[in-house]
Design a protein around this ligand. Sequence first.
Ligand code: ZN
Length: 120
Amino acid sequence: MHEMSIIESMLAALGKHFQGRLPGAPRRVVVQVGRFVQVNETALREAFSAATEGKPWGEADLQVEAVDPTVLCKDCKAECAYPASRCSKCGSVNLEVRGGFEFIVKEVAFEVEDSCQARS
Ligand SMILES: [Zn+2]
């Protein structure tokens, strides 16, 4: 499953980033996924649940944001909304689609225990 390999890569990257020292209990992971990345959001969530079951990240809620690519006009350098067949500014057809293939971890939220609390 394609989604599972994406999740495993993401968890490996997060593990490397935090080096096993999480600042608290993970509560939310927000990822941005380009429109051209062929992932199914439901499958991505299921893969995340399966891969993190019984682990600290299993407590986190995975939020997926779709990211649209942009269309750059190579003549006037205007950025147009995707999809576009002509530049909205100068009408040129000399266009280049940029982005849409990204998979970015945008935000990770933790619940940090109050260190002032009395411990029993
Ligand atoms: Zn243009």
